[in-house]
Structures are given as C-alpha cells and as structure tokens.
Design a protein around this ligand. Structure first.
Ligand SMILES: Cc1cc2nc3c(=O)[nH]c(=O)nc-3n(C[C@H](O)[C@H](O)[C@H](O)COP(=O)(O)OP(=O)(O)OC[C@H]3O[C@@H](n4cnc5c(N)ncnc54)[C@H](O)[C@@H]3O)c2cc1C
Length: 472
C-alpha cells in the first residue's frame, strides 16, 4: 500500500502537472496546500508579502482546486503554518511513504525545500517546476544562459514546439482513511485579518481565481474571441480586459500551465496561421522564462539594491515621495492613475507598470526595491522572478548590460492615453478639469487646482516641455 502526500504550492491545477501524474500510481493520496500566515506580516521593506487582492484570488484558486479534486474522488487539505514543520508531522501521523511536489527556483522557496529534504530524505520527490522550458529543454546549463533577452530568445526559440502537456486525470486515488479528521473550511479573508476587497466596476481583470476560470479565459482569448490575433496592436492598452491576454494571475499561482498555453498557441497558429500578434505572445512567454531562469541562476542577488550589476548605482533614497507614489498622489496623473488602479484592483497593464516603476526610480530617485515590494503586496499576478526581474531591469541593475531605460512620463501619457480616458477613469477629481489639461493639471492656477483636491507636481521636468499643451 503506497501512501503519498501531494504538496501543491504555486501549481494549483491538475492539468499538465508532473507531480499529479506521478501521484496516480499511489494507493492512497493526500493533496495538501500550506498557507503561511507570516506572509501577511510586513516584510523588511515595509510592505506585506501578500495583500488582499492576491489573497482573495488564492482562496478562490484553492476552493476551485478542492472542487476539481472532489470530482475525482479526492479533496484538498489546507493547513496554516510552516510547511517544513507541518509536512514531516503529517507524514509521521498518517504513516505516509512519500511526498511529491514541484521544484522551485526562488531562494526562500528553495531553502524551504532543502530543509524538508534534510528531514524527509529520499521520501521527498521533486519534479520539474512551473517554467515553460524546463532545465532539460535548455540548450545549455542554466548558469551558461545569456544575460541578455534577445540572445536568450535566439538560443531557445527553436525548442518551443515540443510540449505535449498531459491532461488532468479522470480519477485520483482515494484519501488515506485516517485523513478526514484534519480537514476543515478554508479561512475567510476576514479571518486572515484582511477584510473583503471592494469590487471595482472598472477593473481590467474582472475574472476569478482557479483552474476552470483559467481554462475559460485561455479558450476565449485563443479560440472564441481570438483576441490573440490583435495582441500586438492592443498590448500597450491601459484599460479594459481585452487589451492583453490577462493570463498572468493564473500563470503566477500555477492554475494555468505555461506549457498548456504554449501548446494551445501552437495549435492556434497551426489552424489560423501565425502573425505578428501570435509571435508577440510567444515573445511575452519567453520574457517570463528569461526572468525565471535569471532568478534560478543568480538567486538572492536579484533582490539586492545594486542587483546583478554589483557596480551599478541605482538610487537609494526613500522619503515622502515614495509614500505619495504608493498613494497615487505624486501630481503626475498617468502615474497616479496607475497606482490607484493597482491598489484598487491588484492589476496594472504592462505599459502602466513600466511607467510607474520608471517614474519612481528615474524621476523620484527612490529605492527601486521598495517599489518592487509594494508591487509584491498588491499585484494579483506577483511572481518573484518576473516582478524583481522587471524592476531590476528598469532600475538599470539587471543582467542586461544596457544603461537604465529612460521613460518620459508625459510623452507616454500623450502616446498611450491621448484622450485622457484612462486618467479620468482612476482620478475622479480631474473629471471636471478641461480634457486638454487632464495630463497637466499642474498648469492650472493655484486656486483652480486646489479646488480639485489633486496635488501639485513639485517640478516640471525639462524633457516634458515638448509635450505640454501648446498654449503653455
Ligand atoms: C515593474 C514590473 C513588474 C512586473 N511584475 C510582474 C509580476 O510580478 N508577475 C508577472 O506575471 N508579470 C509581471 N510583469 C510583467 C507584465 O507586466 C505582466 O506579465 C503583464 O502585464 C500581465 O498581463 P497579461 O497576462 O495580460 O500579459 P500579456 O501581455 O498577455 O503576456 C502574456 C504573458 O507573458 C508573460 N509576460 C509578458 N510580459 C512579461 C514581462 N515583461 N516579464 C515577465 N513575463 C511577462 C506573463 O506571464 C503574461 O501573462 C511586470 C512588469 C513590470 C514592468
């Protein structure tokens, strides 16, 4: 009688899941997720590791996984605490033979797995993780991968047609007889001390957590609405659910396998042909793997102030301007709109993220790690490699040898929000300001601006001059 524990982490699905496949040979199977309440405490940079939006999405994802498991004769046990302490106890109390889980790349998660491995020895089996390209698919050892994205892409692109994801099994082994006493209800957000998030009608991410919702969005984006065929033209959009795939939150907690997405994209191209848009989505997926393998290679160095370039000097200040940025009250409307959308919904478009991050580092000269930590708390799709990798890149301390990319926030506003629709959506106090001045309310007289309640920008950067309204 082989009794197995299946430990889910950032892989909350049954489709294309190597450990689920391996678990099918067990006689008894205990699927487990461990929620660590320490994530709700402020970290060393002041922000929480997990905020209300992602916590809601996580609980929805766990409830959905439990439902999928129950349909197959099983169920999900959710415990609270530290996995490396709880799992050895469960193994002993329930007389389990083996623990199956997916491998990790981020330093803390790797350390946790290593601690568990020391306790359990060979009883802990680690299967390939959540990347599209696994270590065995890479053309060279991860340590030899190029540090520049374009070279990484050239090297791995021809290896993208090989995935054959395996569907979720129809049935799973029954739970161990003595496990039922451990099962209880999922904690509510209020019980976790988070309160309930307020639904926002303008959200660009109006979807729920969980594998069925992820599969539905994938089906819609690739096959029904076929939004993917316009991806290249829409991907820089700031508002609305259809401007990009919106698959990131499910990819980040593993409700969707990147290899399933890749296989479906290949199938779509086989049927309808490839175009700039389908190729653009491939490129986006490669960025994700690039950052994952960068983190696997460099580990904790990615989280340092001077990042992967120990010689680079990113700004290290932290003053009241950081707080104004967090609250969406810098006086730069495009930046403030983005920060308010992020806090209200947990989502921000790719263009929006680049604008607000570059503004914090380049214009406000604040320490980028605090911005990354703020994103970590608030993003629905937080993923350590993608978040810290993108931030390090924009702070000029990533592995890429280029200098820090520069962004002119007012130019971005003119280009990507020409009618000021986006800033009007998130900054209600500017709705009565004439449209021509909604990106530049700092040009209003003092009494006029004071009447709106919107803060005044301290200094107009020199390079904004060409983008000011012509009358100014
Ligand atoms: C400062 C900053 C922080 C970011 N933090 C995260 C994060 O924590 N988690 C996250 O998933 N993405 C992050 N991104 C990348 C990108 O903004 C989001 O993946 C994207 O906006 C998610 O929306 P989408 O699914 O509609 O993306 P699409 O444009 O439809 O792209 C499809 C998928 O490709 C991947 N992808 C696309 N662009 C990138 C990129 N630049 N880096 C890594 N993966 C990418 C994502 O998995 C995404 O779901 C960050 C970008 C910036 C500039």
């Amino acid at each position: 009688m082989r009794r197995v524990l299946l430990w889910f982490k950032q892989d909350l699905r049954l489709d294309d899941h190597p450990a689920v496949q391996a678990a099918m040979a067990a006689d008894r199977l205990l699927p487990l997720y461990v929620f660590d309440p320490a994530l709700l405490q402020p970290g060393p940079l002041g922000s929480r590791r997990l905020g209300v939006h992602r916590a809601r999405f996580l609980m929805e994802s766990l409830a959905a996984l439990d439902g999928e498991l129950r349909q197959r004769g099983s169920g999900l046990l959710v415990l609270q605490g530290r996995a490396e302490q709880l799992i050895p106890r469960l193994v002993e109390q329930l007389d389990l033979d083996e623990v199956l889980t997916l491998d990790e790349i981020a330093p803390e998660e790797c350390a946790q797995l290593a601690a568990l491995q020391r306790t359990l020895g060979p009883a802990l089996q680690r299967l390939p993780g959540n990347e599209m390209l696994r270590a065995a698919d890479l053309p060279c050892p991860p340590a030899q991968l190029p540090g520049v994205f374009s070279r990484f892409r050239e090297l791995v692109e021809q290896r993208l047609s090989v995935f054959q994801p395996r569907p979720a099994p129809a049935r799973l082994p029954a739970l161990p007889d003595n496990a039922s006493a451990y099962f209880g209800a999922l904690p509510s957000l209020s019980q976790l001390g988070l309160g309930e998030p307020i639904g926002v009608p303008n959200s660009a991410f109006p979807f729920s957590g969980g594998e069925p919702a992820a599969q539905a969005r994938l089906r819609d984006y690739l096959w029904l609405s076929q939004g993917v065929r316009q991806y290249q033209e829409t991907r820089n959009g700031l508002a609305g659910s259809e401007s990009s795939s919106k698959l990131s939150p499910w990819l980040a907690n593993g409700s969707l396998s990147p290899r399933r997405l890749a296989a479906e994209l290949r199938r779509h191209e086989a049927q309808y042909g490839s175009n700039d848009s389908t190729r653009g989505l491939w490129q986006a997926l490669l960025w994700r793997d690039f950052f994952h393998w960068t983190l696997a290679r460099h580990g904790a160095a990615l989280f340092r102030g001077d990042g992967l370039k120990a010689t680079a000097r990113a700004p290290r200040q932290l003053d009241q301007r950081f707080e104004q940025w967090c609250q969406g009250r810098t006086g730069m409307p495009l930046v403030d709109a983005g920060m308010r959308e992020l806090a209200a919904t947990g989502y921000l478009s790719s263009r929006g993220r680049q604008v607000v991050a570059a503004y914090l580092v380049g214009d406000l000269q604040q320490d980028w790690r605090h911005g990354a930590a703020w994103f970590e708390e608030h993003l629905l799709d937080y993923d350590p490699a993608s978040n810290w990798g993108n931030w390090a890149y924009l702070a000029g301390v990533a592995s890429d040898p280029q200098r820090r990319p520069t962004f002119n926030a007012l130019r971005q506003a003119r280009q990507y929000d020409p009618d000021a629709t986006y800033v009007s959506l998130w900054l209600p106090e500017l709705r009565d300001v004439p449209q021509a001045l909604r990106h530049t309310p700092f040009l209003l007289s003092h009494p006029q601006l004071d009447a709106t309640g919107y803060p005044r920008l301290q200094r107009i950067p020199e390079d904004w001059k060409p983008y000011l309204p012509s009358a100014a």
